[in-house]
Design a protein around this ligand. Structure first.
Ligand SMILES: CCCC/C=C/CC(=O)SCCNC(=O)CCNC(=O)[C@H](O)C(C)(C)COP(=O)(O)OP(=O)(O)OC[C@H]1O[C@@H](n2cnc3c(N)ncnc32)[C@H](O)[C@@H]1OP(=O)(O)O
Length: 276
């Protein structure tokens, strides 16, 4: 049923879908060339297999409408953009589910990072780890100035490491030394700090969403041929690197996660979250 609905119908009839499938995202159209994909998986928009698959398939549907030029990625939760990967997917999983889960994350990254659409991340709330991955995969990042918010790659705090392609994406975004520091220390940057190192492009005092729509419309004015070719030039290398190592990366991830020491670390981290 999903594949037969046009993106426009999706946005106008969210109830039509929610009765049969939980989409975990909402799609709306603030202007004829701009789509908004709002993450909607309470409580924290963590990326489960189903969530990652849903985001990917919605991006592909939006992309298939030639009128749409820009995509805003945002959250239905004003305090949390996304808490990153759903940690429960990595806690005592079956190897089959874990591999499928990781493939869904690889596919989400490749789809978002290489889409022809100009992508704007509208970060109103916390954006750790996989949340930061989503934001960094976009072309432009706008964040709320709230100093209590954090964005960055805190994987080491869970006793895990970012995969090579996420490390490479971080290096491309903030430069080698800052990436090495941020990754090893599992640092979450305040919006001001993130702006300083280029992890976000703009911080906003008022309505972040309004600024994101403005930026999306500006991108939509740029001739498509030029912007898409430029995006391919800037992003092609990393896309090809991962595409050439999909199986190797799945093997690395599953081995790392299923190791007993990693499992103990993940269990401890989950306990510390639920004790808060
Ligand atoms: C080799 C492997 C490479 C893999 C790469 C991994 C990248 C990742 O994305 S790993 C995930 C990293 N994410 C985090 O460390 C974020 C953890 N969460 C938080 O820091 C906070 O929850 C928050 C700042 C996002 C929000 O804080 P808030 O006080 O509003 O909410 P909480 O009470 O903490 O959480 C509510 C509820 O949600 C559960 N939860 C939070 N984050 C996750 C998550 N990432 N996955 C699954 N579940 C999560 C939390 O335990 C609470 O559950 P209960 O209500 O049942 O206690």
């Amino acid at each position: 049923m999903l594949s037969r609905l046009s993106p426009r119908l999706l946005s106008s009839s969210p109830r039509l879908l929610s009765s049969s499938i939980r989409t975990l995202v909402n799609v709306t159209y603030p202007s004829p060339s701009v789509a908004v994909l709002e993450l909607d998986r309470p409580p924290v928009n963590s990326l489960s297999l189903e969530m990652a698959t849903s985001i990917t398939s919605h991006i592909k549907q939006i992309e298939s409408d030639p009128q749409i030029r820009s995509l805003i990625l945002t959250s239905s939760n004003p305090k949390i953009f996304s808490a990153g990967l759903d940690i429960t997917e990595m806690s005592r999983p079956s190897k089959t589910r874990l591999s499928t889960f990781w493939r869904s994350i690889q596919s989400l990254f490749l789809t978002l990072y290489s889409t022809r659409l100009s992508t704007i991340s509208c970060i109103t709330g916390h954006s750790p780890a996989g949340g930061c991955l989503l934001s960094m995969s976009c072309d432009y990042r706008v964040m709320s100035r709230n100093p209590k918010l954090g964005i960055g790659l805190n994987e080491t705090r869970l006793g895990i490491a970012a995969p090579f392609w996420l490390k490479d994406l971080f290096v491309k975004t903030v430069g080698y030394r800052e990436a090495e520091l941020g990754l090893s220390r599992g640092k979450l940057y305040s919006p001001e700090e993130a702006l300083k190192i280029g992890l976000v492009d703009e911080i906003v005092d008022g309505e972040v969403y309004d600024v994101a729509v403005e930026r999306a419309e500006e991108y939509a004015e740029i001739p498509e041929k030029g912007i898409v070719a430029t995006k391919r030039m800037c992003r092609g290398e990393l896309v090809r690197d991962l595409e050439g190592k999909i199986e190797e990366d799945v093997g690395w991830f599953t081995d790392f996660i299923l190791e007993e020491g990693t499992q103990k670390g993940i269990e401890g981290y989950l306990k510390s979250l639920s004790k808060k």
